[in-house]
Write a protein that binds this ligand. Structure first.
Ligand SMILES: [Zn+2]
Length: 215
């Protein structure tokens, strides 16, 4: 009788301990979500998502990099002369060191954008909204000098037919802030394991953009 009560007490104590350790181990995740509406050509359905990391959906994780859409997975990078930006913690030292090296060599870099959640890729739902997260959403893509390295459509190969869709015109050779295909910035980020959006296959060329896949 007494030992039974003792067992029950022990069991209750164990449950309390487990709950407490779960509470300590549970990690929260938050991010600002939105979807790109293809028909309206604008961002819609802005929401703030707050959840436990144990409840993350497959789409909220980039498996190859181990990075997620959670703000908690990102690390701020502050470099002299540049506005602060964030990238996934796993990439932070690589991105910071590469930029420091380039700036030290006198490369003209005046803006870098990293982590920025948004569903701008993949399939489209019944309302015309994109469902897939961009690589910026995981903090594994960066945009350099956006005002001088635009995103172009109708651009299998760069030429007069390419149409500037976003940001500023790409004028390599004429504009020192435009990235050159064989220039130091493109070379350094390729060496660091990134691909350049100026060299991706398909109809778009994204001259500001670097990520593990180039997309
Ligand atoms: Zn980008």
């Amino acid at each position: 009788m007494l030992s039974g009560a003792c067992d029950n007490l022990r069991r209750a104590l164990l449950v309390v301990l487990l709950m407490a350790s779960n509470a300590v181990m549970a990690q929260s995740c938050h991010y600002q979500d939105w979807r790109w509406n293809v028909a309206q050509q604008r961002a819609v359905q802005h929401t703030t998502v707050i959840k436990d990391t144990s409840n993350l959906l497959p789409e909220e994780l980039d498996v190859p990099s181990g990075c997620s859409v959670c703000a908690e997975d990102q690390q701020a990078i502050r470099l002299e002369g540049l506005p602060e930006f964030s990238v996934c913690k796993r990439y932070a030292s690589l991105v910071r060191d590469t930029l420091l090296q380039l700036i030290g060599q006198g490369e003209e870099i005046n803006s870098v954008i990293g982590y920025r959640v948004g569903r701008t890729r993949g399939d489209i739902d019944a309302q015309g909204n994109r469902r897939g997260f961009s690589n910026h959403s995981f903090g594994i893509a960066i945009d350099i000098n956006t005002a001088h390295n635009g995103l172009y459509g109708n651009c299998v190969q760069f030429g007069p037919r390419c149409k500037l869709l976003r940001a500023g015109p790409w004028r390599p050779g004429d504009d020192p802030f435009s990235l050159q295909p064989d220039g130091p910035t493109v070379k350094a980020f390729k060496q660091a394991g990134f691909k350049w959006g100026g060299e991706i296959e398909g109809r778009q060329k994204d001259f500001m953009h670097f990520s593990p896949t180039g997309y």
